[in-house]
Write a protein that binds this ligand. Structure first.
Ligand SMILES: NC(=O)c1ccc[n+]([C@@H]2O[C@H](COP(=O)([O-])OP(=O)(O)OC[C@H]3O[C@@H](n4cnc5c(N)ncnc54)[C@H](OP(=O)(O)O)[C@@H]3O)[C@@H](O)[C@H]2O)c1
Length: 214
């Protein structure tokens, strides 16, 4: 069994796969439709990464669907009880792309909470406020990335925090799964900031960082 299963081969899958290998974790990468894409990413990151395709049995005790929110719902439904007993890391920013002015989840809820309704896995929200390109090195301007983590199950949250720590990142546990509502709004905010042409010093290589006080 691998430690971590990453579903998808896009930008976030690549960043997370780099961090997982840096952490010394064994990883399984499952491509959407083209196994060769998972093989290419596994070869790129090295380590003990294995490649497969959506529908293959999930091996990781931690599973990270690095896919859009609608696809994450499909993945959760497709695997059904195959995800039971696993930690499901929801990294999505469920942006309403018709307006880029809000989230496409019910008021008073979040993608993470909606996913928890349809999967027997234990959902933890994390990594939605770290941009993909920054995950490859794991730092910006010498600062390890803050990884904001929300979840209701202490053991599941700790397993994600341990992954972040071992990958050289700075885990910050922010509270129960309902804090995902704030994390997803923060995700929208930094996406808008990164896209703001009036603030060219930012962009998708920026990081949301909390500086400790004295
Ligand atoms: N990019 C960032 O900086 C960033 C930061 C934080 C959070 N996120 C979140 O991370 C997630 C992934 O973003 P990304 O930027 O990595 O996107 P991406 O580069 O477009 O990659 C998306 C991946 O999802 C796969 N996919 C699409 N539809 C699918 C389906 N129905 N079933 C299974 N797999 C499917 C794609 O496969 P094919 O291309 O083969 O269809 C691709 O491998 C999103 O939820 C996003 O909100 C992104």
């Amino acid at each position: 069994m691998n430690d971590i299963t990453i579903i998808g081969t896009g930008s976030m899958a690549r960043g997370l796969a780099h961090r997982a290998v840096a952490a010394g974790r064994s990883i399984q990468i499952l491509a959407h439709t083209e196994r060769s894409q998972a093989e290419a990413l596994a070869a790129e990151v090295g380590g003990t990464a294995t490649a497969g395709i959506l529908g293959d049995a999930v091996e990781g005790s931690i599973v990270i669907p690095a896919v859009p929110y609608d696809a994450a719902r499909s993945v959760a439904s497709q695997y059904g009880d195959g995800l039971a007993g696993r930690v499901y890391v929801d990294i999505t920013n469920p942006i309403d792309t018709s307006t880029f002015d809000g989230l496409a989840v019910p008021a008073g809820s979040s993608a993470a909470e909606e996913l928890q309704r349809i999967t027997p896995a234990t959902v933890v929200k994390a990594f939605n406020t770290t941009f993909a390109v920054t995950l490859v090195p794991g730092e910006v301007a010498g600062h390890p990335l803050d990884v904001l983590i929300a979840g209701d199950d202490d053991s599941a949250v700790q397993s994600v925090a341990d992954f972040a720590s071992s990958a050289g990142l700075n885990p910050l546990k922010v509270g129960p799964l309902r804090r995902a509502q704030q994390l997803e709004q923060a995700g929208l905010l930094i996406i808008l900031l990164a896209a703001n042409e009036g603030l060219p010093q930012y962009g998708p290589s920026m990081a949301l960082t909390f500086l400790p006080g004295s």
